[in-house]
Design a protein around this ligand. Structure first.
Ligand code: DC
Length: 223
């Protein structure tokens, strides 16, 4: 069984997907982390995104690893652990640009589909999982949420994870960053962020993580 969870920035996708997968005993895939690992690797190598030839060569060799540590996942690019770095400001500022490159999507979607082969029980979370990657998923969820509340959540998360970087951040700044990224993700030409026609929409603005998970579980159990 494949469950997809898509939606804009800071609607709780990762937290919900992780908890849902744990409740169901399913595997959980955070596809945004893949785009982030690739972005980090491109930055480290100083690759110019407009230099398509070098970019394509790099893509054909690119690999990354995911390891499970307790209930968390660790991400590695060429043996370097990048779990924290890929959530930082530098990667976050560039990732939507990288994710809009057609060849990037082609190669990462191939990997995602390979993980979702027949018989797997998994929750896949991202932007285009229900529309493009797994159009025949058993259950498609689209999370939405009020911008102000999403910005507040993201700001609190940053203050905990990156206290130094978050020191100068304001709610206004967070709102702008979220709006910018959502705009880039939903207006790109290839597989933009959008709600699949057959997706079940959950507005997470005023719900706890457990309430969202319970709502999705109820849907899954009614299939
Ligand atoms: O979910 P996230 O914020 O970690 O995702 C980072 C970026 O990756 C997001 O701005 C858009 C892109 N992304 C995408 O284009 N397609 C996906 N399936 C997942 C993420």
């Amino acid at each position: 069984m494949i469950i997809t969870i898509d939606g804009p920035v800071a609607t709780g996708k990762s937290t919900v997907a992780k908890k849902l997968a744990a409740r169901l005993g399913f595997i959980y895939f955070d596809t945004g982390a893949m785009y982030r690992c690739l972005t980090y690797a491109l930055m480290q190598r100083g690759i110019n995104l407009d230099d398509r030839e070098t970019l394509l060569k790099f893509l054909s060799d690119f690999t990354f690893d995911i390891k499970q540590k307790g209930s968390d996942k660790q991400y590695f690019v060429r043996n370097e652990e990048v779990t924290t770095q890929i959530r930082g400001q530098a990667v976050t500022a560039l990732v939507s640009k990288v994710a809009a490159i057609p060849e990037v999507r082609e190669s990462l979607v191939k990997l995602q589909r390979a993980w979702g082969t027949k018989g797997v029980n998994a929750v896949f979370e991202g932007r285009d999982l229900g529309t493009v990657v797994f159009p025949h998923a058993d259950l498609k969820i689209f999370l939405s949420g009020n911008l102000e509340i999403r910005a507040q959540r993201r700001l609190e998360e940053w203050k905990t994870k990156f206290p130094k970087e978050a020191d100068h951040l304001t709610l206004q700044h967070m709102k702008q960053e979220i709006e910018n990224r959502d705009m880039k993700d939903s207006t790109r030409v290839v597989s933009p962020l959008k709600c699949a026609e057959d997706a079940y929409v959950v507005d997470t603005s005023n719900l706890s993580v457990d309430q969202v998970v319970d709502e999705i579980l109820a849907r899954a159990n009614s299939l």
